[in-house]
Write a new protein. Structure first.
Lengths: 317, 317
């Protein structure tokens, strides 16, 4: 593994977010679910248009569309082609999906930052969001009451000379000991839609083995975080705010164990639940809008995703 | 759109390929389909192990796994996490999916070449392949008799000083006027597996509108190819061989119209049919093994994919 990293002098020029229009309340907490006639494409487009507006850009300024989503909208084509049809029909803008499930937005920022740094692309529109409600199991209360449908987007561009914005360090690891701790076994090539039957209905629902995930994280995450901080040469005290994946209520248990005490990280699980790939960019966008994150602040984006994949990214916003 | 590109001094250190074990013959041409008990994971693993062996490497040398596949194996997690479980369990190697459907391998080469060029990763294992047979419509003869299940893989590394290998130019465009000309509408968030019924069964099958695709390509492809060649500063005569996506028998109609006469491009459609994302790397791997492509040869990888996405990549192998 290459340890040293070039800093990528990029910035999120604008961000946007959108929530599904349907509301359900579980134990006093609201979850947002697509209402009749609404699709994730509507939410993703809304978030992307807000991001472009904040950046003072339009689609003509974008030279790549990346869907960083954790689940497919259709089996074919890729999600980004369907977003392209909504927002960029008639243009040549390339469209692709980059997927590491819940941390897809961080992975996409990471990967595309190199293409921008090299001059290949000037502005990449990255969209995240999933239709969590399409596969929730009413029999699995823990996950059924946890997820919301939402979307968030950001426009990644080269920072201007003199601007502090940069991605200074990023690392991703996958620990496939946890590959089946968070999954939807059915619906893809291994267990096609046509195989759905009464006996295997559970295989087509989202299935989260919370305790197993927590155990794997407890065993692996502390060292991962220490290694990243050491490699990056950054101390926790230098980080203005941590934006973790809003995985579950366990956030307030896990983050202090990783050395981030309450108040140093964003926790919006009570407000929105887990929005899969949208969680990180949604929380980042909201924090910027509320003034909690300002230009030049050192922000840590991190999270665990189905896989089990972990992402860690230090960014000067 | 940034026109000039830095050359990425990378090479495919090894490649491998694998065919499904079941054979079906349509009008004298063999198509390969998964046999009972076989999954795409078996084929992808076989292709990847061959690629690593040819490169003289093992998983310990790989620092990123990318599944460049056109369809999901499960709805969650990403395909690369499932390959990781097969080949890299117990390691920290990051795993991610990059998807532009049929041209995913070219897109993944393109994107990851920048991460290698910058020193972020030293060796990226890229795997392609799809379970085409899972969603073929027996009522749509054209596509039902066209597809095979297969996999192919390559290990992308930094070229050594003095080696000629490089990616000198790549471009991708998406023309979403064709977003619904090649699709599987069902199985994802827009039309979940649970919505499958007798009335909408067709929506869960692969659906290819061949004539519409050919019309869109006839209108757009010639200019795209001319633009790419001009931007790259390369003449057709300098290209040793073209490896196109093995989309259909129409290859021998389309390629000459793009200025590539028979014999200057690989056409293995009769032998294998269309293998979705595996087609390009499979044909590239076979051509290398048969001595038709040698180190330093200027090779053009190109193709159209559902989206409609087109990819063009000039590589010194």
């Amino acid at each position: 593994m290459t340890k040293g990293q070039i800093s990528r002098h990029v910035k999120l020029a604008g961000m946007g977010r959108a929530l599904a229009g349907g509301e359900t309340v579980f134990a006093g907490e609201t979850r947002y679910r697509l209402k009749a006639g609404e699709t994730l494409l509507d939410l993703a487009e809304e978030a992307a248009r807000k991001a472009l507006a904040e950046a003072g850009m339009d689609m003509g300024d974008v030279d790549c569309i990346v869907c960083a989503m954790g689940t497919p909208l259709q089996a074919i084509p890729c999600n980004a082609a369907l977003i392209h049809e909504r927002m960029a029909r008639g243009t040549d803008i390339p469209a692709m999906d980059i997927n590491t499930t819940c941390t897809s937005f961080i992975s996409a920022l990471d990967v595309m930052s190199y293409m921008i740094e090299s001059g290949r692309y000037r502005a990449v529109l990255i969209l995240s969001g999933d239709t969590a409600s399409a596969a929730l199991n009413p029999g699995q209360k823990e996950s059924y009451e946890l997820f919301s449908d939402g979307a968030a987007a950001g426009v990644l561009v080269k920072a201007e000379p003199g601007e502090a914005s940069e991605i200074l360090y990023a690392r991703q690891c996958t620990w496939s000991e946890g590959a089946h701790d968070t999954e939807i076994r059915g619906g893809g090539g291994l267990l096609p839609a046509f195989s759905l039957a009464d006996e295997n209905r559970e295989d087509y629902y989202f299935d989260m083995k919370g305790i197993r995930i927590l155990r794997l994280c407890a065993r692996k995450l502390p060292k991962f975080v220490e290694d990243c901080l050491r490699e990056a040469g950054v101390a926790r005290e230098e980080i203005q705010i941590v934006v973790p994946h809003q995985a579950s209520k366990a956030l307030d248990t896990i983050m202090p164990r990783l050395g981030f005490r309450e108040g140093t990280y964003i926790n919006r699980v009570a407000a929105y639940g887990n929005m899969v790939s949208a969680s990180v960019p949604f929380a980042l966008c909201e924090s910027v809008q509320e003034g909690r994150i300002r230009r030049g602040d050192l922000v840590l984006l991190m999270g665990t995703a189905a896989g089990l994949t972990v992402n860690f990214m230090l960014m000067r916003y």
